[in-house]
Ligand binder design. Sequence first.
Ligand SMILES: [Zn+2]
Ligand SMILES: [Zn+2]
Length: 254
Amino acid sequence: MVDTHVHLEFPDYEGDRDAVVARARAAGVKGMICVGGEVPRNRMIIGLVEKYGGMYGAVGMHPHWASAHTVGEREWVKEQWGAGRVVAIGEVGLDYHYDYSPRHVQRRVFGEYMALASEVGLPVIIHSREAFEDTIAIVREHGGVRGVVHCFSYGIGEAEALLELGLYISFCGQLTFPKCAEVRAVAAKVPLERLLLETDCPFLAPVPYRGQRNEPAHVAVIAAKHAEVRGCSIDEVVTATTRNAEALFKIRVQ
Ligand SMILES: [Zn+2]
Ligand SMILES: [Zn+2]
């Protein structure tokens, strides 16, 4: 399994990060993409990638922090790519639910990182909440950029439009929440060859861990839920999503 979206750089793991990584490995997680999105966390990710085998890095500017973005940070991200330290740019995108940064700033910063991804050929990890139209418009402006829309929260029509652009889709713990039937209905329709697994830990722990700190080992629960809603074996989900992660991020975990 590959957990394509972890935040092990968060202070939540300060006391027991080694144990969390060990539990992930014991649960069959062979690769993890540790995803940044603001200046200090981007720096920490480079350190974690150097420390742990099977850990890969993504650095970028989350829409929440878009106001704090500087040209210098974008240059730093490009340097990490040049040094071969990262496998993706992320997370980047638009979040109109929280609106922590003004929307026009979010759009500008997202566009700048899409342009960088296009320039260097890295995939993007996209965060998009309540901002579908603007998200897809910016993706279309940078045609050919590969990537994933993570923690997918839109409907089937939106999923189809993103799939048509060649993007991958992944789902967080909502997949297991009793009230989130629509998330499961959408997940069941995403072709297996476009699905990725993620936890988005420490957030959104799946049932039966809901409300607790999430961790990469719980991605096994997400894989099992996908198998259940699709009516296929867990093995099929794991094999396909691992292959997808290897293809998108150009990594080799098997
Ligand atoms: Zn996100
Ligand atoms: Zn995230």
